[in-house]
Ligand binder design. Structure first.
Ligand SMILES: Cc1ncc(COP(=O)(O)O)c(C=O)c1O
Length: 393
């Protein structure tokens, strides 16, 4: 007899009752300051297109030209026939931007993390992971079969305590987000680097949200702190400030060689589309040569943060373009997000497992391409929604 799939319905009901059921929305325009969402124009406060590069004319032209020359797909994995010269150009550009010997591009940031962590650590090794690290790091740790210990968020004393009991492990790896994706705070890298050096641990930084935004030329969190750290392994993504798709690892040439030979998420998948590679490469050039985009981004972030605080909203003490308004339970976050949407403001609710229990929130992000009028419109929406809905809870 065929399997009875009734349990699908039961699972869905359970999610619904917990306030955790997700729905897809349809975006009918490019990710600019105002988007058409399900047929309505709304101000977008939930995009990672921080610098607006996904719609930059130079980037779009590069993508179109690459498609004309190389077609729409890579048609093979990189080790077989999918390694076009666009990869060589992009990886050289990335290594230059990150100031490392070499770089290697993966299909996504998720693939980069789940690929590199099992290469760096395996059975008999210890991984120290920040409590608020991204899911792709958590999954990479699971795949590695190494022992994982989670240290309290940005808690250097806790990290040290765990490392002080790690002598029996073959190798140690510390892994942390550079900018925390849901909180917007920045990891204390100089302290972490010092601890890593002291305990002879490898250090992997996931700079998905710092790349393009922090440091000289937007090269990321390591540069933000002025760290030399040539032994810091830098992971990042081309899907956020760079406005395209793909993940990368930047580090030594020998590390890249090792990844090409052993990283399963690199080996067993098809290469990225030519348009994506060319777009990312052009975006890196724009990113480096456009400090005004970063200035605008930070000025918007500061303005919105101050305005929301003046309205009475409580924001986490983020130092970046990610502005979290923590609201508690998932139902509350969803109802406030829906009320904002009705006012023409798309401020997505983020719920577990993306964030810890009881910290459901609105994760607001600004973009350099927001106009002042759009930011004002968003603030007006927040002013209308607050305080009734929040005090009603
Ligand atoms: C910190 C962090 N790492 C990795 C990723 C995965 O990157 P991608 O979306 O390119 O797969 C994300 C994306 O949400 C992220 O926030």
């Amino acid at each position: 007899m065929a399997h009875n799939y009734d349990w699908f319905n039961t699972e869905r009901t359970t999610l619904e009752q917990a306030g955790l059921r997700r729905h897809l929305r349809t975006v009918m325009s490019a990710p600019t300051g105002t988007i058409n969402l399900d047929g309505r124009d709304v101000v977008l406060l939930g995009s990672n297109n921080y610098l607006g590069l996904s719609t930059h004319p130079q980037v779009i032209t590069a993508a179109i030209e690459a498609t004309r020359t190389f077609g729409t797909g890579a048609s093979g994995s990189r080790l077989i026939s999918g390694n076009s010269e666009l990869y060589t150009t992009l990886e050289a550009n990335l290594a230059k931007t990150k100031n490392t010997e070499a770089a290697l591009v993966f299909s996504s940031g998720y693939a980069a993390n789940t690929s590199i962590i099992p290469v760096l650590a395996g059975e008999g090794d210890l991984i120290l992971s920040d409590a608020l690290n991204h899911a792709s790091i958590i999954d990479g740790c699971r795949l590695s079969r190494a022992t994982k210990k989670v240290y309290r968020h940005c808690d250097i004393a806790h990290l040290k305590a765990l490392l002080s009991e790690s002598a029996t492990f073959r190798r140690r790896l510390i892994v942390t987000d550079g900018v925390f994706s849901m909180d917007g705070d920045i990891a204390p890298l100089p302290d972490i680097y010092e601890v890593a050096t002291h305990y002879d641990a490898m250090l992997l930084i996931d700079d998905a949200h710092g790349f393009g935004v922090l440091g000289k030329d937007g090269s990321g969190t390591v540069a933000h702190f002025g760290l030399e750290g040539t032994d810091i392994i830098r992971m990042g993504t081309l899907s956020k400030a760079v406005g395209a798709l793909g993940g990368y690892i930047a580090g030594s040439r020998v590390l890249v060689e090792l990844l090409i030979n052993t990283a399963r998420g690199f080996i067993f998948t098809t290469g990225l589309p030519p348009a994506t590679l060319a777009a990312a490469n052009a975006a890196l050039d724009v990113m480096r040569s456009s400090p005004e985009l970063r200035q605008r981004l930070f000025s918007h972030a500061k303005y919105l943060k101050t305005a929301l605080a003046n309205l009475g909203y409580t924001l986490l003490p983020s130092e970046t373009q990610i502005l979290p308004v923590v609201l508690g339970n998932p139902q509350r976050a969803t109802s406030i997000a829906n009320a904002l949407l009705a006012e023409g403001v798309f401020a997505p609710a983020i719920r577990p497992p993306a964030v810890p229990p009881d910290t459901s929130r609105l994760r607001l992000t600004v973009m350099a391409t927001h106009t002042e009028a759009e930011i004002q419109q968003a603030i007006a929406g927040f002013a209308k929604v607050f305080p009734p809905l929040i005090t009603d809870n």
